[in-house]
Design a binder for this molecule. Sequence first.
Ligand code: COA
Length: 224
Amino acid sequence: MADDPSDAPAVHLDLVDAPGRGPGPERDRELLGPDERARADRMPPSVREVWIRSRALLRTTVAPYLGCAAPEVRLARDGRGRPVLPDAPAVHVSLAHTAGCCAVAVSTAGPVGVDVERVRPLSLPDGLARRLLTPGELAEWDGVEAAERTRWLLRRWTWKEALLKAEGTGLRGGLHSFDLGWTPAGPWVRSARHRSRRWWVAEVPAGPLHVAAVARDRGMRTAS
Ligand SMILES: CC(C)(COP(=O)(O)OP(=O)(O)OC[C@H]1O[C@@H](n2cnc3c(N)ncnc32)[C@H](O)[C@@H]1OP(=O)(O)O)[C@@H](O)C(=O)NCCC(=O)NCCS
């Protein structure tokens, strides 16, 4: 899906379920600020460890870009919820978490978005597909083999959510507001809102239990 791999964002994926991965929740927690620790303490245990890992991973990943130690990385959100680094506005970050896995993307070349989903049974895949997909994408969905449908839909979900995170809108940007597909020549994004921009979208290898994708806004299209 990438039309220029040379400016691919760095993506760090951590499978939290995997034995021996990461330094462990207590060491990770030490990297967090007081507000983040308080937020973590309010979370159900089922999501807390992955969330703490995502913050620790983000801090350790971006610390070299800032030239500071991981606990000193200041992290904030913009008005729409996108994570930002107030001390390094040219370093763009994105993060995602799901059961057993978190992902962090870093880009110095433009806004970036990452998403990861656990591959899990979907109780009403057709209903989810209608919620997620445009009419054009639904036509594609109709042709997907029954055995492939769950993974297909979760993959498509990650592409779309990664793009909406790169855009900075999150889901408010509208999952139905664009068609997304790819050709060997590069990503194919069709919508009035996105037409003027160039997008880079790629899948991230995430093992058998997860699917993940990263997207980057490559700036305005130039007339050709
Ligand atoms: C941002 C959003 C796409 C996250 O999706 P999710 O599957 O629940 O969670 P993920 O783990 O994939 O991603 C969560 C991370 O996305 C990031 N994020 C939040 N808003 C963002 C935005 N506008 N742009 C980019 N990234 C964003 C945050 O870092 C968040 O993690 P954090 O809370 O630990 O900081 C989604 O929750 C959203 O759009 N929320 C905004 C509220 C909204 O629109 N609600 C109406 C739904 S129709």
